[in-house]
Design a protein around this ligand. Structure first.
Ligand code: SAM
Length: 299
């Protein structure tokens, strides 16, 4: 496993994923009953953007967050869902807000963009007393960092295990309600097949689970076949995509998407309200576009 999320923290793909994750959590919380938020590929939890990204060969690489969260930071006139997201990132940057490493810093009260919350912290900052968070992370050092960060949180559990095993071990939860985020690194060609299997396992255990799967849009990882495999699950599936460049761009990753199985009511309308704004703020090249639609079998 070579993947380190620190290189990508706060990039356009993180912004897209975390804005939609926040919308999903808010939608789950429209019901009073608590739920389990299961993050199968949790990463490190939070990221210090001032630490340079250094590749295994010792070379440093340009940070990706300026073209992501950096383009929204301080922006005005945004739709409510993006203001909600920015307020959360500001809370994470507030020394009194979130992680121990941020607390120890000399930062201001959330005005300076120094830290970026990964999906575990996005979820943690939104948890109600009746909700729980379960985090799986296979990299021992990242799992250890997560464990340290959340050790004192009674409603958060951290497991250094394969996220797909986590799906089987943790579902169904006693609450009988779950939001599952599957956000793998796509380092191997079999990732889409693993996800399809994982989703089958998850829905067998909890047919009503809301499952969100992030995926990249690259030449190598074409989502169309994966979309077809999901139709076999006979569950409503919504997909949302953000492309920051056009079809013929030389960029390796032109965009990314999120598939949502069993999407909460009206989440499609809520996602459609933010996608054009994300496209306009985050585009890199001409041809940037978005999509949000239901997966339906080919006629
Ligand atoms: C894209 S990152 C996760 C980012 C995180 N969800 C966020 O939004 O902040 C993918 C993570 O999955 C971890 N990973 C890779 N294979 C895994 C597996 N089979 N089970 C659990 N974690 C895995 C990697 O170490 C990496 O930290």
């Amino acid at each position: 496993m070579n993947y380190r999320h620190h290189y990508h923290a706060g990039n356009y793909a993180d912004v897209f994923k975390h804005v939609l994750l926040l919308q999903l959590i808010r939608a789950m919380q429209r019901k009073e009953k608590g739920f389990l938020c299961l993050d199968t590929h949790a990463g490190r939890g939070g990221y210090d953007l001032s630490v340079p990204s250094v590749l295994p060969d010792g070379k440093s690489r340009a940070p990706e967050h300026p073209a992501g969260i950096g383009r929204l930071w301080g922006a005005t006139g945004l739709p409510p869902a993006l203001n909600d997201y920015l307020a959360l990132v500001r809370r994470f940057n507030d020394r009194n807000g979130a992680p121990s490493f941020a607390k120890a810093s000399e930062g201001t009260a959330g005005e300076e963009l120094k830290f970026y919350p990964g999906s575990p912290w996005i979820a943690k900052l939104l948890l109600r007393p009746q909700d729980r968070l379960a985090l799986c992370e296979l990299r021992p050092d990242d799992a250890e960092a997560l464990d340290f960060e959340f050790a004192r949180e009674s409603r958060v559990t951290v497991q250094g295990i394969d996220g797909y095993i986590g799906l089987k071990a943790l579902l169904p939860p006693p609450e009988k309600r779950a939001l599952v985020l599957i956000d793998p690194p796509f380092e191997t060609k079999k990732e889409f097949a693993d996800i399809a299997r994982g989703l089958r396992d998850a829905l067998k255990r909890l047919p009503g689970a809301v499952c969100a799967v992030w995926y990249p849009i690259t030449e190598r990882a074409r989502p169309e076949d994966f979309h077809h495999a999901l139709l076999e699950l006979a569950t409503p599936v919504l997909f949302a995509e953000l492309n920051i460049a056009g079809e013929n761009s030389e960029l390796r990753m032109k965009g990314c998407g999120l598939l949502i199985l069993n999407p909460p009511w009206q989440i499609d309308r809520e996602i459609r309200a933010v996608l054009p704004v994300l496209r306009d703020r985050l585009r890199i090249e001409p041809g940037a576009c978005t999509a949000c639609d239901w997966l339906v079998p080919d006629k």
